[in-house]
Design a protein around this ligand. Sequence first.
Ligand SMILES: [Zn+2]
Length: 134
Amino acid sequence: MTTGDRQAYLEAKIDTLKQELLALGDLRPGTLSEQYNVCGKAGCACKADPPRKHGPYYQVSFTWQGRSHTQFVRQENVATTRQQLRNYEKLRALVEAWVAAGLELAALRFGTAPVRPRVRRKVVRRATTRATSQ
Ligand SMILES: [Zn+2]
């Protein structure tokens, strides 16, 4: 593949990413979790053996502008919320792919060195402790 071919490929890829971004629906960041609670009422089933706790209650936790937030989600909004969270993950993946293509394209156009993507290595924990040198 020539440099020109690669540039054309990257340009087409970025166009596709833009189209996918346009097609994204509602989104929000975060992780959905489910909770079951115990109340303070005497003799309530939530304290029986086995307990029948109250819930599920749903909440979305996320960090935005450096601060963490938790929002409760009504049962009837859970399915929509899951879709919003998936759309957000898709947004992030599309942006990440655009950035990668943009970096490579810039390097090709300017004839500069490409930025190597970070290789995620698996962390291997050693059973032996390393000798420290003085
Ligand atoms: Zn209870």
